[in-house]
Design a binder for this molecule. Structure first.
Ligand SMILES: [Zn+2]
Ligand SMILES: [Zn+2]
Length: 397
């Protein structure tokens, strides 16, 4: 073995050892977090192991089977925890769109940690960074810059995206309990998975009619539900900048999508959110379904949270103006396409015949209300003189 290959092997082992420790202590960054953030942006295969375990765990369904209780538990835990991603990690930790007490904040952080999407501070740091650099080179998960797969899952495995930059979340980092949960971010998921397992064990013993047990609840309630939750959330990073319509002319390519709004409990109104991040709702109108906002409204009635921030009227007005301008532009574009369609090329010939008939037989002149039979532009292009109408057409809007 040459000395260079031995050095490479030692380096790999050191990195692998560090990655294993980081599963238990995410603030363990030998050499400093800044150095890690400056590394090359690429997949770290050791960091992929938890993802592989999570996905492979879903295959356990082959051995544990299913029951209605386990399936519905998986669905319920998906939505309860999607609410935690959107209503807590996103709309509270990242954007502070409502208020809560310190105890309430800890409760929300614990709820958020069950999502297995690392700590609230890491999540908020990366999300704020995304808003600062959306769809530009520095954006860690732009599908336009880095491609679909990288924006969906690859970026999380990169070592440079691993450490939390506490200087970017100072408002959260001043609470030691939040920093602890962020640092030891596998504790809550481990407790959560264990609790689900023992719930299944208890149900098998005390409610055998439900047909479930510990391993079955672990596979459905934790592995399948969490894997679906991960991909549902990741769709916002990968798809919400590709799929849907744009109401606001933001500097990124964020979009509004009804389908993503259903999958992610209202986060699909991503273009609205990129335009104005400080309000509690992402769906700006009643028809823009935003279940996270409804849930937060319900929580505000319990007193756990308060001070939900509305959408400013100026932002709504701006959206209406932008939509009006877009519909006018679309109509004009449609008119141009119509003018150049193959069908239109036939019309001038028919019009020329009609006009010739009128001139020679002194037939009844067309009434003004009927309007010209021929679009002026096309007539000019194909047959400038005989069929040219006297009056210009009204604008087609
Ligand atoms: Zn956001
Ligand atoms: Zn975005």
């Amino acid at each position: 073995m040459t000395s260079s290959s031995a050095t490479r092997q030692t380096g790999f082992l050191q990195r692998a050892f560090t990655a294993v420790i980081q599963w238990f202590d995410s603030d363990h960054t030998p050499g400093g977090a800044d150095k890690m953030r400056a590394e090359e942006d690429k997949v770290d295969w050791v960091r992929c192991i938890p993802f592989i375990i999570l996905h492979a765990g879903c295959l356990g369904v082959i051995w544990v089977g299913w029951s209605w209780f386990a399936v519905w538990a998986a669905v319920a835990l998906y939505f309860l925890r999607m609410f935690a991603v959107t209503g807590i990690y996103h709309r509270y930790f990242s954007h502070k769109t409502y208020h809560t007490s310190r105890a309430g904040q800890l409760f929300l952080a614990l709820w958020g940690a069950t999502t297995v999407q690392r700590g609230g501070l890491w999540w908020a740091y990366h999300h704020r960074h995304h808003h600062q650099h959306s769809d530009h080179e520095e954006d860690a998960h732009s599908p336009h810059i880095h491609g679909f797969l990288w924006s969906h899952i690859g970026w999380i495995t990169s070592r440079r995206n691993f450490p939390t930059d506490y200087s970017k979340v100072k408002d959260l980092a001043k609470y030691p309990e939040l920093v602890w949960l962020n640092r030891f971010d596998t504790v809550v998921p481990a407790v959560f998975a264990t609790a689900i397992y023992f719930l299944g064990v208890a149900l098998e013993r005390f409610a055998p009619g439900l047909g479930t047990n510990g391993p079955q609840m672990l596979i459905w309630g934790f592995f399948i539900s969490t894997t679906a939750l991960f991909h549902g959330t990741a769709c916002i990073n990968s798809m919400a900048h590709l799929m849907g319509k744009r109401r606001y002319n933001t500097t990124d390519d964020s979009r509004n999508s009804f389908i993503l709004a259903i999958i992610c409990l209202g986060e699909g109104w991503h273009n609205n959110h990129h335009r104005y991040q400080s309000c509690t709702r992402n769906g700006f109108y009643w028809w823009e379904i935003d279940p996270t906002y409804y849930g937060l409204k319900l929580l505000s009635w319990t007193g756990l949270i308060w001070g939900l921030k509305p959408v400013p009227q100026s932002i709504l007005d701006e959206g209406m103006r932008a939509e009006h301008a877009a519909s006018v532009a679309a109509a004009q574009k449609a008119a141009v396409i119509h003018e150049h369609s193959p069908f239109k090329k036939v019309v001038p010939a028919a019009a020329a015949l009609a006009m010739a008939t009128v001139n020679t037989s002194s037939a009844v002149a067309p009434k003004k209300a009927d309007g010209p039979a021929v679009q002026r532009d096309v007539t000019e292009q194909t047959n400038p003189s005989p069929a040219k109408p006297q009056q210009p057409n009204p604008p087609v809007i």
